[in-house]
Design a binder for this molecule. Structure first.
Ligand SMILES: CC(C)(COP(=O)(O)OP(=O)(O)OC[C@H]1O[C@@H](n2cnc3c(N)ncnc32)[C@H](O)[C@@H]1OP(=O)(O)O)[C@@H](O)C(=O)NCCC(=O)NCCSC(=O)C[C@H](O)C(=O)O
Ligand SMILES: [Mg+2]
Length: 285
């Protein structure tokens, strides 16, 4: 599958220390899992979590879900051992927290080799250096760390996320410029489905590929929000067929529902259909 088409609608954090949650994730309809060794694990549990996670990944059962391991920062007492352990785990991606610059990514790559790297984008320096971080040859995805970012920026949480918009926009620009996956931050109130639905819709409108989640109750909302809707699929099909008809008549512009359709709109329509097919294939497999 073209890596750009791989669905990342729902990306669930699981504390690496929680056996029960590690097991439950094997049956949850998530597109990817972040196995966390960082903030979801207490300091005196760090070593145990690393071993528990190693065992869970070796036992398998996560199917087509992308397996991402978030390590502790390399400036902490656990970071290096985490990175060395991930190198030998059955992981698809290593996720580095609090990335400030491309040099941070280099330091991780020196330990983990060719393993694809994702970056937590959650510090002011990270925002200012987003373009160089995205351009690193091993960089494959950004995850917004909106909790740490709010702390660092001393912003308030608002439903419209206005204080966060510059940061979200900078990271989106950098990720899109380099063809990276980019996943939106978590919605902390995990029992508030209405609030999550609104924030997912905003993230989807902005161009995020999916949402990071902290609880199984959030999965269905994200899977729906980041998949093409029935209306989008129907419109995409009609745009393609109208444009093909117009083209056959030697013209370059069609009109559908009172709006122009040019070749660039057709490219977007084809992407929507390809994304819908990729989701169906994932669900069928
Ligand atoms: C928030 C929680 C502590 C709530 O846990 P709990 O009280 O156990 O919830 P429930 O009783 O409702 O759980 C029901 C069942 O679901 C399983 N469960 C719960 N959470 C998860 C999960 N994340 N993944 C898989 N399974 C999960 C429970 O085990 C129950 O299962 P069962 O007993 O079999 O029915 C908890 O949800 C939690 O710890 N969530 C993750 C928190 C986390 O990862 N935080 C760190 C990431 S956020 C962050 O750091 C982002 C970034 O860095 C930033 O700066 O923004
Ligand atoms: Mg964080």
């Amino acid at each position: 599958m073209d890596p750009r088409l791989r669905p990342y609608r729902s990306v669930l954090y699981i504390p690496g220390s929680r056996d029960r949650a590690l097991d439950k994730a094997r049956s949850l309809p998530v597109d990817a899992i972040i196995f966390d060794l960082e903030d979801a694990v207490a300091a005196d549990e760090k070593e145990n979590a690393r071993e528990t996670l190693k065992g869970a990944l070796a036992a398998g059962g996560y199917g087509a879900r992308v397996k991402i391991v978030r390590i502790n920062g390399l400036d902490t007492e656990w970071g290096r051992a985490d990175a060395e352990a991930v190198r030998d785990m059955d992981a698809d991606v290593v996720l580095l927290p609090k990335v400030n610059s491309a040099a941070d990514v280099d330091a991780l790559a020196a330990i983990t080799g060719e393993l694809p790297i994702w970056a937590m984008m959650e510090t002011p320096h990270g925002m200012l250096n987003a373009a160089e971080i995205a351009a690193h040859p091993l960089m494959a995805g950004f995850v917004m760390g909106t909790n740490d970012l709010a702390k660092e920026l001393q912003t308030r949480f608002r439903p419209d996320r206005l204080p966060m918009m510059t940061s979200l926009g900078l990271c989106l620009l950098a990720a899109k410029a380099e063809g990276l996956i980019i996943i939106d931050g978590v919605y902390n109130a995990f029992k508030d489905a209405e609030g999550l639905t609104a924030e997912c819709a905003q993230g989807r409108d902005m161009g995020f590929d999916g949402k990071t989640l902290i609880h199984p109750a959030q999965v269905d909302v994200a899977n729906t929000a980041f998949a093409p809707s029935d209306d989008e699929i129907d419109l995409a099909r009609r745009q393609i067929s109208a444009f093909e008809e117009t083209e056959a008549q030697g013209q370059g512009v069609a009109v559908v529902d009172g709006k122009i359709v040019e070749n660039l709109h057709v490219a977007t329509a084809r992407e929507i259909l390809a994304k819908a097919e990729a989701i169906s294939a994932l669900q069928a497999g």
